[in-house]
Write a protein that binds this ligand. Structure first.
Ligand code: DAH
Length: 342
């Protein structure tokens, strides 16, 4: 028995140092420690030994077993480490290699470009950026803005309701109300953001973006003339220095008087073309003098203060500026479309 133990020990030594892979190692493990392995056999044969020899031989077998286990574990660690280094070497990346597709950096989305241009233009006129929630209360989106529950103008804006009091805001005008309730005049803010309406075709998307503007100051400091000056500056900066604007009478419940602003067609310079439907003008935004009812609703004394407001559609301006024919292209995120805006 002792002789056999010695033999196994020596044979194992030779085998283990020759093991080059985890597979080899597994085979060795089975050969010695498996159910019919050589060491297992020794243990089974222990019962044939003389009773007085059994404890000594048993101890030797156990020591052998322990040694084999330890060696296998150690070798296993060794081989795993080697395999990892080999893999790292094989997968080494040559950072000096030139790329077949250099076109992998991103670009800003045309809506982000447009929004950033708006912000820059109005920041240059002293406006501060404010944000409000997209999930809004009827109270801020409609009621405070002089659009009571039964008001027909609600039909102009097909609303996504969550409950009868909570909705997806239909207009960034909701932020006006929030800011007026929180701050004292003078107020000079723009509020860019997402708005939602149940509307879906080539020029309407159920989710789109607007930018609201609001200026409030002492009564004679903010007039329709100031509004026009501000919008004129915006149009020239965004559509080109030779752009002109015109205001047409309109109706919004939160402004009185209300206007719609057209910009002279920057494609035909006012001569008439497909873009401006031969009128020479393109409708851009709604605006007006803040209705005193709205000021009072929002805790601002309409006898002391007045203001002007405007709301610009960001998609509409982006589509005009970049010649995008269908609003849905803006939300498909087709890489061939987006790549053009690098
Ligand atoms: N909220 C209006 C809309 O979504 C746009 C608008 C018009 C905003 C006139 C204003 C405004 O602040 O004065 O159609």
């Amino acid at each position: 028995m002792t002789e056999r133990i010695k033999q196994i020990s020596e044979a194992f030594g030779a085998k283990i140092s020759g093991a080059e892979t985890l597979g080899d190692l597994n085979n060795i493990k089975i050969k010695y420690l498996g159910k019919n392995g050589e060491v297992t056999e020794l243990l089974k044969n222990l019962k044939n030994c003389l009773a007085e020899e059994r404890p000594i031989i048993g101890k030797k077998i156990n020591e052998l077993r322990q040694r084999i286990e330890n060696s296998i574990n150690e070798r296993e660690k060794n081989l795993a480490e080697k395999a990892k280094l080999k893999k790292l070497e094989e997968e080494e990346i040559d950072v000096t290699l030139s790329l077949a597709h250099k076109d992998t950096t991103g670009a800003l989305h045309p809506l982000t470009i447009t929004k950033n241009m708006f912000i820059n233009i109005f920041a240059g006129m002293g406006f501060e950026v404010k944000e409000g929630p997209e999930i809004e209360l009827d109270y801020y989106n409609f009621q405070l803005l002089n659009i009571p529950a039964d008001h027909p103008s609600r039909d102009m804006q097909d609303t996504f309701y969550i409950t009868d009091k909570i909705l997806l805001r239909t207009q960034t005008s909701a932020v006006q109300a929030r800011v007026m309730l929180e701050e004292k005049p003078p107020i000079r803010i723009i509020c860019p953001g997402k708005v939602f309406r149940a509307d879906d075709d080539a020029t309407h998307s159920p989710m789109f973006h607007q930018m609201e503007g609001l200026v409030i100051d002492e009564k004679d400091k903010v007039t329709l003339g100031d509004l026009k000056g501000c919008l004129d500056e915006f149009a020239r900066k965004f559509f080109g220095e030779d752009s002109r604007i015109r205001l047409r009478p309109s109706y919004f419940p939160f402004t009185e008087p209300s206007v719609e602003m057209d910009v002279s067609c920057f494609m035909c310079k006012g001569k008439g073309c497909r873009l401006c439907k031969n009128t020479g003008w393109i409708e851009i935004l709604g605006a007006g003098i803040v209705n005193p009812i709205v000021l009072d609703n929002c805790g601002i004394d309409s006898k002391k203060y007045s203001g002007y407001a405007f709301g610009i559609g960001i998609e509409r301006c982006a589509m005009l500026k970049f010649g995008i024919p269908d609003i849905r292209i803006l939300f498909e995120n087709d890489i061939r479309f987006l790549r053009q805006y690098k």
